[in-house]
Design a protein around this ligand. Structure first.
Ligand SMILES: NC(=O)c1ccc[n+]([C@@H]2O[C@H](COP(=O)([O-])OP(=O)(O)OC[C@H]3O[C@@H](n4cnc5c(N)ncnc54)[C@H](O)[C@@H]3O)[C@@H](O)[C@H]2O)c1
Length: 436
């Protein structure tokens, strides 16, 4: 069965099912389509399914033309919310959200619901691979029992593995097809069938167990969270000492070995870095272990929007104004530059904190025409202002939150009354520009 599956892959006869067609699932579908595979996407969001059926994209970097070609011409891409069609696919790749609950505990409900849907249609020969970021043990201890309850045996009747997603939206140098992919399987045969698929689209890196693969993903993101926290802490200290942290980092990175530059900012955002490390923190408790680096990094990174608000108050103060009653513009709300994703963005926290201080807050972001409600801000409903130099001039303070490449920074500087720069887009000292 294993050899038959891998032969089907090589002959492009294997059908790839992808559950969850979001920022990870859709780019993954694109890679398989590019390599000539048939892809069937599954999503509970009927809106996404309907858009895909007509070849319309809802992700900026996935082009309509590409989708239209594969939906309407080659007919290699189909999208559905009917999980009975899982019976028609060979591989089932699970790319559903793994967020945190209110108390920073893992919310595995999407993974477990998808696994239950798979279990209803699991058949001999199926290969199931989890791609969502999660704590070590999810594949074998949480998913597998649901699949085994069908009576089918892993490594004998069906195959199960874990392969973490490393997609970095907006990254012009690396995309799904050029980032090496870690692959694992519950048994050696599971690893073989998982690897034989992914190596057709990308360079694979085999590891011995799903737990190693799950832990490697958390390590990658914890590494980023901890290093960003360190520079955020130094930013606050150097600010007090009158030293420009960005100049310090530029100087330090001239060392050709042993130093990797990380940059401070208004706080962590996105679906990965602020979330994934806490999956490990939660799991560690089962082993009576405390993940102190993760906790400390979380504490410092969570503090950053509060630091920005404090600096906003100080900047206005110098102009004999207060936050209360001032008009503030957040320049950019996406969680990082040049992308249309606002999940967990520090801009949302900033918005709430500044409004609480009695200021009137608007935002401008060409990537995010409107936003909200959000998980932590259920009542939020915001719309971007229309950009003009006159609009910029009408605000008491412009806070650079996201450093999109398309912003007219010189024009904004010329027109703004006062700027608080959290991203070091204004590298030269200027009387109007404060740093945070
Ligand atoms: N976005 C990234 O840059 C990125 C990078 C690496 C890893 N990841 C990880 O990949 C996973 C997916 O993230 P994403 O950014 O693609 O999320 P997303 O929210 O963009 O997409 C997830 C999709 O899953 C769908 N879904 C939810 N429950 C479902 C169910 N039971 N059945 C079918 N579809 C369902 C949602 O409707 C949505 O379309 C997460 O674990 C995330 O941590 C994301």
């Amino acid at each position: 069965m294993k050899n038959k599956l891998c032969s089907k892959v090589v002959a492009r006869e294997a059908v790839i099912g992808i559950i969850g067609l979001g920022y990870v699932g859709l780019p993954l579908a694109r890679e398989f389509l590019k390599e000539g595979f048939k892809v069937c996407g599954f999503d509970v969001d009927l809106n996404k399914v309907e858009m895909l059926k007509t070849g319309q994209s809802y992700i900026k970097h996935i082009q309509d033309d590409f989708l239209k070609k594969h939906v309407l011409e080659t007919k290699k891409l189909t999208a559905t919310s009917d999980f009975a069609r899982l019976a028609d696919v060979d591989y089932i790749l699970v790319c559903v959200p793994t967020p945190l609950g209110k108390h920073r505990n893992p919310d595995l409900s999407y993974v477990l619901n998808s696994t239950r849907s798979i279990a209803q249609h699991l058949r001999t020969g199926h290969v199931v691979v989890l791609e969502s970021s999660t704590y070590p043990g999810t594949t074998e201890d949480d998913m597998m029992p649901i699949l085994e309850a069908t009576g089918l045996k892993v490594g004998v009747d069906y195959y199960l593995g874990y392969s973490p997603e490393r997609e970095d939206p907006g990254n012009k140098d690396f995309s799904t097809g050029t980032i090496p992919k870690i692959v694992s399987g519950v048994t050696p045969d599971c690893l073989e069938v998982v690897d034989c698929l992914y190596r057709e689209i990308v360079t694979t890196v085999r590891v011995s167990t799903p737990k190693v693969a799950e832990a490697s993903k958390i390590l990658e993101n914890t590494y980023r969270a901890v290093n960003i926290a360190m520079v955020n802490e130094l930013k606050m200290l150097f600010d007090r000492m009158g030293i420009n942290v960005w100049e310090v980092i530029d100087a330090a990175k001239s060392k050709p070995f042993g130093f990797q530059a990380f940059y401070p900012g208004p706080g962590l955002g996105g679906h990965c870095i602020p979330i994934d490390p806490y999956y490990l923190t939660w799991k560690a408790k089962e082993y009576e272990f405390t993940t102190r680096f993760i906790e400390l990094a979380g504490e410092i990174n969570t503090q950053q929007p509060y630091f920005v608000v404090q600096k906003a108050g100080a900047a206005l103060n110098q102009h004999n104004k207060s936050l209360r009653g001032s008009r503030i513009l957040l320049l950019g709300v996406a969680y990082k530059k040049d992308i249309d994703d606002v999940r967990e963005s520090p801009a949302l926290t900033l918005h709430e904190l500044i409004v609480k201080q009695g200021a009137l807050v608007d935002y401008y972001d060409p990537f995010i025409p409107e936003t909200g409600p959000h998980r932590h801000f259920p009542g939020m409903k915001l719309r971007s202002i229309v950009y003009s130099p006159a609009a910029i001039a009408s605000y008491d303070l412009v806070i650079v939150v996201t450093d999109h490449s398309s912003f007219a920074y010189d024009e904004i500087l010329a027109n703004a009354q006062l700027i608080l720069d959290t991203r070091n887009v204004y590298r030269l000292a200027h009387e109007k520009v404060f740093k945070a």
